[in-house]
Write a protein that binds this ligand. Sequence first.
Ligand code: HEC
Length: 193
Amino acid sequence: MSQRKTLLTARPALWLATAAVVGLGAAVAAYAGSPPFGDPKSVKYADALWKKMERADFVGDGAIKTVPYEGQHPHGAVLETLYGEVSVKGHTGELIVKRNYGGEGVTNAKVANNRAKYLGAVTVMFKRGSGYDPENNNWFWVKYKPDGSLATNPKGMKLAGRVAKGADKGCIACHSSQKDNDFQFNTTEFINK
Ligand code: HEC
């Protein structure tokens, strides 16, 4: 499918559920007692990370602007992706922030003119220290709502941590297809086309 196709040929309905990453409740039972994500520690960490991202202008008022581009399922119809580094609780790590935009009639231009109106979610990968989750390159995964609070899965679990380790759906499951690229999809194949 051509990345150049216009939004007229895209299917907006598919995108209305901006980044509605589904089914994260499955298979968590394997970690009964110590869920890989959504636990109080992960939630606290995600809150600390949001504050750092705000201070570094990855999110919030006055956040850095990039050129919005046409998105990929299950992220938004329109996306911005920013790369950087922040320090959280004494650990400095690589940060990837994806702003997911959606909503009726959304276009790249409309987002560029009014980001707040179309922002549906902010999905983040933050590289934690070795030993956090070695099988998955120690990424900490988070899905925030636009105000910085945490999005939840259908079971009400907050999407912060090793989301959803052991499950066949969710951040890790899907991004595992890019294991050889440090769990990242974006190459020039996906962005700036
Ligand atoms: C069904 C597959 C799928 C799921 C589930 C998924 N993603 Fe992604 N993700 C993608 C694709 C495809 C891209 C590339 C999108 C683009 O920029 O066009 C991407 C890109 C990203 C990026 C930018 C880095 C990169 O890989 O290029 C971040 C950050 C990200 N996703 C975070 C998350 C988080 C956090 C979750 C879980 C809450 C999640 N993703 C769930 C498919 C998925």
